[in-house]
Design a protein around this ligand. Structure first.
Ligand SMILES: NC(=O)c1ccc[n+]([C@@H]2O[C@H](COP(=O)([O-])OP(=O)(O)OC[C@H]3O[C@@H](n4cnc5c(N)ncnc54)[C@H](O)[C@@H]3O)[C@@H](O)[C@H]2O)c1
Length: 325
């Protein structure tokens, strides 16, 4: 059982949910590395970790993963059994306007962490990859054996590169690298730039929602609790030194169906502002999760209808708090 963790991006959406889960277990200590950048409001990230800060097993390092020397200091006096690397510039569309930033953070930052794993003898490395690596893969569902040579955004290319660097380090230095391809994650604390959260906010404010394309794009939406269960299984995974797993719900939902679910839960009609399709956006994602089921015991539980209900419950409470503050 691994009990000493370095978690990058631990103040973000997925990272903070993971920390919740680990602090509820018998961990020895967790160090979170996060730079609280303004990709979205840093205040949201501060709120995500407020309760974590009160736990004596938790330590926060406000460090940029591009800064190798600052990362090195974190290792003084602390040993780790496992690195869970979730810090990244996430988001497909902004990667078209800031490709250097995406490359420096997602590729060089990942390399920095693998170098630290190597020099500090950390034998388990879990890497937060993305379904976007499949790009315009025509075959569905997407399986881990499909080639990933067709990314269509800088973001997707940096995630593919991250997986490749993981492979090199696992081969050279015996670090077990488990790459997890997350399929559109949603649930409490979801990033405000992602469709479900963005749409919920606009609809509840009576504003129109931008819909890119004709609404027939499809996504495999994965509830955050299912993702966290997959990450925890990857932390404990003791099979081969390098594996890639899809973590999705293995069901695709059309954008217009998603909007209907939001309308139902918010009890309001959405006003659609139709826009042309966006460069970098893939037409569909759909995960084959057989490998994760078999090797990780992954078993996604949350259907989109229930997940959206739970997300809106969280959204309403959070918005109410914000309005009162
Ligand atoms: N949310 C999804 O649907 C989804 C899908 C596929 C992959 N992913 C991947 O999962 C991981 C977590 O995503 P998320 O949705 O929680 O995003 P998020 O933006 O909420 O979390 C990422 C965290 O990393 C931190 N970070 C970014 N750059 C950093 C840097 N240079 N140094 C230190 N910290 C830095 C951010 O401040 C943020 O708190 C990312 O690697 C993302 O690419 C997410």
């Amino acid at each position: 059982m691994k009990r000493r963790f370095l978690i990058t991006g631990g103040a973000g959406f997925i990272g903070s949910n993971l920390v919740d889960r680990l602090l509820a277990s018998d961990v020895e200590h967790i160090t979170v590395v996060d730079d609280f950048n303004d990709f979205y409001e840093p205040e949201i990230k501060r709120a995500n970790i407020r309760e974590h800060l009160a736990d004596p097993r938790y330590k926060l390092a406000e460090v940029d993963i591009r800064d190798r020397a600052a990362l090195e200091n974190i290792f003084a006096g602390r040993d780790f059994d496992c690195i869970v690397h979730l810090a990244a510039r996430a988001g497909v569309r902004p990667s078209l306007t800031e490709p250097e930033l995406y490359s420096e953070t997602n590729i060089n930052g990942t390399l920095n962490l693998l170098e630290l794993a190597r020099h500090h003898n950390i034998k388990q490395f879990v890497f937060g990859s993305s379904s976007s690596v499949y790009g315009i893969n025509a075959k569905v569902p997407f399986s881990e054996d499909d080639p990933i040579r067709q990314p269509i955004s800088p973001y997707a290319a940096t995630k593919g590169a991250g997986e490749l660097i993981c492979h090199a380090y696992s081969h050279l230095y015996g670090i077990r690298c488990v790459c997890l391809r997350f399929f559109t994650v949603y649930g409490p604390r979801q990033r405000p730039d992602l469709a479900i959260h963005k749409f919920a906010k606009l609809i509840s404010e009576g504003k129109s929602i931008p819909v890119f394309g004709d609404g027939t794009t499809r996504r495999d939406y994965t509830y955050v609790d299912d993702i966290i269960a997959g990450v925890v299984a990857a932390i404990e995974y003791e099979g081969s030194d390098y594996e890639v797993f899809n973590l999705g719900e293995s069901r695709t939902v059309e954008l217009r169906e998603l909007i209907s679910l939001l309308e139902k839960e918010l009890d309001t009609h959405a006003v659609i502002d139709r826009q042309p399709p966006q460069p970098g956006d893939v037409p569909q994602t759909f995960a084959d999760v057989d490998k994760a089921r078999k090797l990780l015991g992954y078993n996604p539980q949350t259907q989109i209808e229930e997940g959206i209900r739970r997300f809106i419950e969280w959204f309403r409470t959070t918005e109410n708090h914000r309005m009162k503050a």
